[in-house]
Write a protein that binds this ligand. Structure first.
Ligand SMILES: Cc1ncc(COP(=O)(O)O)c(C=O)c1O
Length: 364
């Protein structure tokens, strides 16, 4: 087995020993009292995380499962959805809407930027009525965060549409108070800013979205949200849960609550600023425009001539630091550093030194 390295990916990210050990809890009956007590506690903590009085559901799936769930629960053939597209994940979201038989109105911007709120407003006005806005909050492929979740959700609501936010790589590093901001569904994954292992997706659901689902049941079984809400009320899941991951999530959310939500967000602010400053001091530039730079994913261009695969291999092998490469048009040109979950001064220092020393070898 590989020795544990410092995982500075944009997810999965480093997991504390406390959370890893939690997964050694006993195998128990998921229809018994011990599980119900555990799961009710997890749901309560998850509601706190989303800052909601509404419902939350947890799927045994990676983040993509949560995105599929949101789309297949809300979109019926012929429905129109507005989808800002500014990178790989938002493009995938538009495609998922189309796979479900919907029509995606893509509001695009150059990668590294984000479509403006005015562009969204214009697209929505042109469309008149539509079913939903599907917005990726944090484009993990470019390291760009949309700075207008609240405003865009309000615009959607003004058009009678639902607002769905993919906050998979941001919630926890950013606060998204879903009730206050009028977000109908918000999706995240266990392996990012929650700092639990990969394998769970978490989704908040507003009463407005649930009311719609009552009148129009979705055509999906595993991701049927109303069924999860019904079972969740008694501390159960409709299907067999990934028990070790539920133990881990419980512990990771306890860690988060002990630290305090706003303290965690502030820590992400501080650590990402250090990463941006550190890389800029090495003469590197970023994919994201300054005003929309993500606090959880830093996408930086390689200096001329540095081979992506060789650089990242040396970084992992010689320095024990794992970072990600670029996506799509950025493959080979960009590396991405995650600033998530357990991120701290020590991790940032180790990573900056490792990148600087390895670049010095490859630049020559
Ligand atoms: C914004 C965004 N959406 C969706 C996904 C897909 O999540 P997963 O790989 O957990 O299925 C990711 C993964 O990085 C992401 O960053």
């Amino acid at each position: 087995m590989d020795k544990q390295k410092l995982i500075m990916l944009p997810g999965p990210t480093n997991v504390s020993d406390r959370v890893m050990h939690a997964m050694l809890g006993p195998v128990i009956n998921h229809r018994g009292d011990a599980f119900r007590e555990l799961y009710k506690g997890v749901l309560a903590k998850t509601k706190h995380f989303f800052q909601t009085e509404g419902e939350v559901v947890i799927f045994s799936s990676s983040g993509t499962g949560g995105v599929e769930a949101a789309v297949w629960n809300l979109i019926r053939p012929g429905d129109v959805a507005v989808v800002p597209v500014f990178g790989e994940f938002s493009n995938r979201l538009a495609e998922t809407v189309e796979l479900a038989g919907g029509k995606a109105i893509r509001v695009a911007s150059e990668f590294g930027k984000v479509p403006s709120l005015d562009q969204l407003r214009t697209a929505m006005e042109k469309q008149g009525t539509f079913k939903a806005l599907f917005l990726v909050h944090n484009e993990t492929s470019t390291g760009v965060a949309a700075p207008y979740v609240e405003e865009a959700s309000k615009l959607a609501r003004d058009h009678g549409a639902l607002s769905v936010i993919d906050a998979i790589s941001s919630l926890g590093g950013y606060a998204i108070p879903v009730d206050r901001w009028g977000v109908d569904m918000c999706i995240t994954g266990s392996q990012k800013c929650i700092a639990a292992p990969p394998g769970l997706s978490l989704l908040s659901v507003s009463n407005r979205a649930l009311d719609f689902l009552k009148t129009s049941p979705p055509k999906t079984r595993y991701f049927e949200i109303p069924r999860y809400v019904e079972y969740g009320a008694r501390g159960e899941t409709p299907f067999t849960p990934a028990l070790p991951l539920i133990y881990a999530l419980d512990e990771a959310l306890s860690e988060l609550l002990e630290e305090g939500f706003s303290a965690r967000v502030t820590r992400h602010d501080r650590m990402s600023a250090k990463i941006y400053d550190g890389l800029a001091a090495m003469g590197l530039s970023f994919v994201a425009e300054k005003s929309v730079r993500s606090k959880t994913v830093i996408a930086s261009y390689y200096p001329q001539g540095v081979d992506d695969a060789k650089f990242r291999k040396a970084l992992a092998h010689d320095k024990g630091v794992v970072i990600a490469g670029g996506f799509g048009p950025f493959a080979g040109k960009v590396f991405r550093v995650g600033c998530m979950g357990q991120i701290n001064e020590g991790y940032v220092k180790t990573t900056m030194e490792a990148i600087s020393e390895t670049l010095a070898v490859f630049r020559n």
